[in-house]
Design a protein around this ligand. Structure first.
Ligand SMILES: Nc1ncnc2c1ncn2[C@@H]1O[C@H](COP(=O)(O)OP(=O)(O)OP(=O)(O)O)[C@@H](O)[C@H]1O
Length: 607
């Protein structure tokens, strides 16, 4: 249940991100500035005031890019929140668990971030006492992830010295706990030991010791750390020194450990900035793709769309619709209809009313956009019929549009003149195009998209002073624009998942072989390394089909985990999915075209 007092607060809650021992954590956006924050709801019954004040006092005194800062306390009817910087990438644990293999340089960058944050805390006499991947959050930057330390709930001031029993039982995590912690000693070296375990885990893929808490404590005290030969020698010595049993034998400070890591990176000739991920290992060609049928094509098809048993094929100014016997598109088409438009096709959108076609006449001035709705059908006698609607022309230099999922309204941003980067943004009722709201002046968004039948999204990617961000503005069906938030990425086009439209998929414009999944409520960003830059992105109920024009195809599940890599060996010009696991692929090679009907179910079942 959302806390009611927040409705009147400066923040609008986007969703719950997590649940700690002491209360829930929400992702919220500042209503005026669009800044994202995490609101940590600290239940006064479960979170003692002394612990709350301790965490708060530590956090406000620590201002560093690698520490999650606390900005304020927000009081509400049932308690209080810590207002904190929001980290959209989740925890380091999430990144370690994700399938994408982080490049070595990038893993060292993350360690560097943690040590920079720790150095700052130690300079303020604060020992964190619970460094572990779950307490390292990730913020998105133009260069990738930035690691930031959080959760100073059991931290201590270094002057507090060695004593036990004041933590109320919150003594840290045994897997990352330095040996001396088990007999109540705290020093900066404890935190460096925990970083040593994280390095071990990041490089080797598992922790040096495992077992129940008691076994772990004994292992930290007595067991030798064995480091596999795969670890480069320069990093082996770093780990050995960080994991020394005696604190005085470890690095003297976070700065010293940092220098050591940087030296190791130099020895290994790891250049910065590093790619985030190593290219994924190809999963091999799959012979699981079944060809259900192939039909020759006369032209190179640029648009393909399927609605029930209707298949639309678009090329230049021509659109044809093949009508099949059933939804599996079995056999040959039983009827066909086609139209030739005055101008080239720019976009096709299937809605319950039919196929909305946007064309652009750039050879005439002023440039004219035309919207049509075309609906072929079959009568009981088996004759193909058609209904056709032409909307009034839109004269503008550039038009960006999105049609509501039920085809009841159209969001339109039109720019009349190239010197003016602003556009008129308006919602129009369909089918008569009567205005819903007076036009609003806004920069021209490269993409408008509808999320559900009441809400849409406008994307505004910007670049200034070398920094890049994409702003998300939401609008409702009455044309009211709600300022959203921004992410430090250049995104020009996002695709919603059909049954979960608040999950968007896109490609980082700066790294075209990195896919981005953005969950909007609450905001969570995932980056996925691909083997290629996809040209075709087909969202499915189970995940995503990605392909390039050379026929390389990758299947991802809904969270971006790689399921399969397939080489279709086709020069693809257009593709569309139908059913839950079937594809229609239009290809063109050496003057010959082919429409292939493929079944991916075996590939999907094998994943
Ligand atoms: N500033 C933040 N930005 C983004 N996500 C956050 C932020 N703070 C916390 N979270 C998310 O909320 C979850 C819960 O965090 P919280 O700090 O309350 O609990 P915890 O670390 O799991 O446990 P504990 O109660 O022991 O501190 C975390 O796992 C993390 O994913």
């Amino acid at each position: 249940m959302k806390p009611t007092a927040l409705h009147r607060s400066r923040y609008r809650i986007l969703g719950q991100i997590g649940q700690g021992q002491f209360g829930r954590v929400y992702c919220a956006v500042h209503r005026q500035t669009g800044e994202l924050v995490a609101l940590k709801d600290l239940n006064p019954q479960r979170f003692p005031t002394n612990r709350f004040l301790r965490e708060f006092s530590y956090l406000v005194s620590l201002r560093h890019p690698n520490i999650v800062s606390c900005r304020a306390i927000e009081h509400h009817a049932k308690g209080r929140y810590l207002v904190m910087d929001y980290c959209e990438g989740g925890t380091l644990r999430d990144l370690m668990d994700a399938q994408g293999q982080l490049s070595l340089g990038y893993r060292l960058n993350l360690i560097t971030d943690i040590l920079l944050g720790l150095e700052h805390a130690h300079q303020h006499n604060i020992i964190h006492c619970d460094i572990k991947p779950e307490n390292i959050l990730l913020s998105l930057t133009n260069q990738g992830w930035k690691a930031r330390i959080t959760d100073f709930g059991i931290s201590r001031l270094s002057q507090q010295g060695a004593h036990t029993g004041q933590d109320g039982g919150y003594t840290g995590s045994p897997a990352y706990m330095a040996p001396e912690r088990s007999y109540g000693q705290h020093s900066y070296a404890c935190d460096l030991y925990s970083v040593g375990i994280i390095i071990y885990e990041l490089l080797i893929g598992e922790r040096p010791f495992s077992g129940l808490p008691g076994d772990l404590i004994l292992a930290h005290l007595n067991q030798r750390v064995t480091i596999p030969d795969t670890v480069p020698p320069s990093l082996r010595t770093t780990i050995e020194r960080a994991l020394e049993k005696l604190p005085q034998r470890r690095f003297a400070s976070a700065r010293e450990m940092l220098t050591d890591i940087r030296h190791a990176a130099e020895v290994l000739e790891l250049k910065t900035p590093q790619r985030v991920f190593s290219p994924p290992v190809l999963l091999g060609e799959s012979d699981g793709v079944e060809i259900l049928g192939q039909t020759p094509l006369r032209d190179a098809v640029s648009y393909l769309a399927v609605e029930g048993r209707l298949v639309y094929l678009g090329m230049w100014k021509h659109l044809s619709c093949a009508i099949y016997r059933d939804f599996n598109l079995t056999g040959e088409a039983i009827a066909e209809k086609s139209i030739t438009l005055t101008d080239p096709i720019l976009e096709l959108n299937l809605r319950p009313q039919g196929c909305f076609i946007l064309t652009r006449a750039s050879s005439r001035l002023p440039v004219e956009y035309n919207l049509y709705c075309w609906r072929p059908s079959l009568n009981v006698a088996g004759t193909a019929l058609e209904e056709y609607q032409v909307f009034p022309p839109l004269q503008a230099r550039q038009v960006i549009h999105a049609i509501d999922v039920k085809g009841r309204w159209l969001a339109l941003a039109s720019q009349s003149n190239s010197k003016d980067r602003y556009s008129q943004f308006q919602l129009l009722k369909l089918p008569d195009l009567s205005p819903i709201n007076p036009p609003v002046r806004s920069p021209l968004p490269p993409q408008l998209l509808t999320l559900d039948n009441c809400h849409g999204l406008a994307l505004f990617p910007y670049q200034y002073h070398g920094k890049q961000r994409t702003y998300f503005y939401f609008f409702n069906r009455r044309g009211l624009i709600i300022k959203g938030f921004s992410v430090p990425l250049m995104l020009f086009s996002l695709i919603p998942l059909p049954d979960s439209p608040y999950q968007l998929f896109g490609i980082d414009a700066n790294e075209p072989d990195i896919a981005i999944i953005i969950k909007l409520k609450p905001l969570k960003v995932t980056r996925i390394a691909l083997n290629f830059a996809p040209k075709f992105i087909l969202p499915q109920s189970w995940g995503y089909i990605l392909a390039n024009s050379q026929g390389q195809m990758m299947l991802l599940d809904r969270d971006g985990f790689r399921m399969a890599y397939v080489n279709l060996s086709l020069k693809i010009t257009a593709m569309v999915s139908f059913g839950d696991s079937k594809l229609l692929v239009a290809s063109w090679s050496k003057g010959k075209g082919m429409l292939s009907k493929l079944d991916l179910s075996k590939v999907i079942d094998n994943c």
